[in-house]
Design a protein around this ligand. Structure first.
Ligand code: HEM
Ligand code: HEM
Length: 122
């Protein structure tokens, strides 16, 4: 899973940087939270996890790692996509998607936590 985490991390990086540049040029600072989370919960977090799985291959080859991968990569786009649409359109009901996305992402992170405690040893 190490290379999968690293590769998907770069997708968030590209999206977050494009958004950051557009935000800067158009002075659309209301999207700062979307930009921040794509960069930090997307690029930075997933790249670190990719490197952790390279350092501890036994942690990368189990169902917890696979489940975390999918929950993170469904939850984060859902959470931030809905937040983006909520800010863009002013439609409050998009918050439901943001909440569901954050819960899915949070569950994935719990799986990552369990995986690290179960499998990472010196
Ligand atoms: C070309 C690269 C980038 C551009 C043009 C850019 C642009 C911006 C802009 C315009 C803001 C809003 C500032 C404001 O509201 O006052 C911002 C906020 C932020 N950026 Fe970036 N950014 C870039 C790269 C990054 C990277 C690589 C990271 C992290 C790995 C990052 C993390 C953040 C965070 C955490 C905030 C929110 C700060 C706060 O709430 O005070 N940015 N960025
Ligand atoms: C389920 C996961 C998460 C939820 C629900 C969440 C929620 C939030 C909320 C509600 C804010 C305040 C936003 C605002 O003031 O506009 C915030 C800000 C922030 N969060 Fe998160 N967060 C999550 C995960 C993370 C992760 C994993 C990181 C870093 C690795 C992170 C970094 C930040 C930063 C740097 C800010 C301040 C920047 C900004 O929004 O302007 N968050 N988060």
């Amino acid at each position: 899973m190490a290379s999968k985490f690293l590769k998907i991390a770069t997708v968030y990086f590209v999206l977050a940087i494009i958004l950051g540049i557009v935000m800067g040029i158009t002075k659309a600072f209301q999207y700062a939270s979307v930009h921040a989370h794509l960069n930090l919960a997307g690029w930075v977090t997933l790249a670190i996890i990719g490197l952790i799985y390279r350092a501890y291959p036994q942690a990368a080859q189990n169902k917890l790692a696979t489940w975390h991968f999918w929950l993170h990569n469904i939850g984060l786009p859902l959470m931030q996509g809905c937040l983006f649409l909520m800010i863009l359109t002013g439609t409050e009901s998009f918050v439901v998607g943001t909440i569901i996305g954050s819960l899915v992402l949070g569950l994935g992170i719990v799986f990552f936590f369990i995986n690290v405690w179960k499998t990472v040893r010196d």
